[in-house]
Design a protein around this ligand. Structure first.
Ligand SMILES: Cc1cc2nc3c(=O)[nH]c(=O)nc-3n(C[C@H](O)[C@H](O)[C@H](O)COP(=O)(O)OP(=O)(O)OC[C@H]3O[C@@H](n4cnc5c(N)ncnc54)[C@H](O)[C@@H]3O)c2cc1C
Length: 328
């Protein structure tokens, strides 16, 4: 019944959006994740505009099928069996500056944003230079490094909230889409301030409530470009000397446990270099699980579970994944 419902919904999507939205069927997620693993997404929509993304999100909501808003795929592990739903990916590099404020699309990559801020002589995003995620993914999980995080510099975010009713369930899907086409983006979404986004360690209201970030604004501090550049270089050197940045991974696999470090616990459990299939606990940083070349998503998943269980047996600390698991 469930499968038949989804097949019907996918067919309706194809019929409704053929030639209108840029989508492909059965797109391998291994092409879109930094782990370089993951089976096919039933429908993969690469959106050039926010309204295209909203159309796909609204469709998924109206037809009650799973949807994944994808950023740069640097914090997700997608199962080998793939994702039986709609993946929505925003594309583009839109970024504007007004004084000390930078506003950009959720699709913008953090390293690009960080470099642009440096070029404008604005400080506050140096820490983000080596984080290979998108702005949307960074707001979702309040990405951070070296004691700083997105929530420290974010001013506001334009979010689509699926609880905002576009048309009604009784209306047919076509009416909903002409409504989207004819309505201003700002009326389809809401602006949430920093305070309203409830940032905490690797968490935000976006994550708690399943909101979709469309755009974000940051307030930064004018500073000497040479100092900004020096900070960026220092961070980059620290990262390169301590993390396996040249290998496919999802960054730190586990959240930092209270009063402890996941990497240290894993190392003390003697698990540095431990592997399952093609997945390995990095020799350089035990908090990272790397794909040595031919890992499956299940190798990574099983290794993470073994590591978590072993650490729990030895130290009674339960490691929770920071990486989002999709399709497991
Ligand atoms: C080598 C390496 C180093 C890393 N270093 C760090 C680090 O120092 N600090 C750190 O915090 N992280 C780090 N990460 C992890 C990762 O880069 C960040 O978590 C990043 O913020 C994830 O963004 P993304 O766009 O890749 O998200 P994705 O992996 O694409 O998605 C992650 C989650 O965010 C959601 N999401 C994505 N876009 C949106 C959107 N527009 N609206 C709503 N939800 C959205 C997705 O649905 C998913 O649930 C590292 C990863 C790697 C591979």
């Amino acid at each position: 019944m469930e499968r038949a419902h989804r097949t019907g919904a996918f067919n309706l999507f194809i019929k409704t959006f053929e030639g209108k939205l840029p989508f492909v069927l059965n797109e391998p997620m291994s092409r879109h994740t930094t782990f370089k693993v993951g089976g096919p997404a039933k429908l993969f929509v690469k959106c050039d505009t926010a309204k295209q993304a909203i159309a796909a999100l609204v469709f998924a909501n109206m037809c009650n099928i799973p949807v994944l808003m994808l950023g740069n795929g640097s914090n997700i592990l997608v199962a080998d069996s793939g994702f039986d739903g709609i993946v929505v990916k925003l594309a583009g590099n839109d970024l504007t500056r007004e004084g000390e404020k930078i506003t950009c699309s959720a699709a913008v990559k953090l390293p690009y944003l960080s470099r642009q801020a440096y070029k404008f002589g604005l400080s506050g995003l140096e820490f983000a230079e080596g984080i290979p995620g998108s702005v949307g993914g960074a707001v979702y999980m309040n990405a951070g490094a070296f004691g700083e995080s997105i929530g420290d510099v974010l001013y506001s975010a334009l979010c689509y909230d699926k609880s905002i009713k576009i048309g009604s369930d009784e209306q047919d899907i076509k009416n909903a889409f002409s409504h989207i086409e004819n309505t201003k983006l700002s009326d389809l979404c809401k602006v949430l301030t920093n305070e309203e986004l409830h940032f905490s360690y690797r968490n935000s209201r976006v994550k708690e409530e399943g909101l979709f970030v469309i755009e974000a604004s940051f307030i930064l501090k004018p500073s000497n470009p040479q100092n900004i550049e020096q900070n960026m270089k220092d961070y980059s050197n620290r990262r390169r000397s301590t993390q396996p940045v040249d290998m496919p991974s999802g960054g730190s696999f586990f959240k930092r446990p209270k009063d402890n470090f996941a990497g240290a616990l894993i190392e003390n459990a003697g698990l540095k270099g431990y592997s399952v299939g093609g997945a390995k606990v990095s020799e350089k940083h035990a908090g990272f699980i790397v794909n040595t070349g031919n890992a499956t998503a299940y190798d990574i998943y099983n290794l993470a579970n073994e590591v978590s269980d072993r650490v729990y047996e030895l130290f009674a600390v339960r490691l929770e994944p920071e990486v989002e698991l999709v399709g497991f």
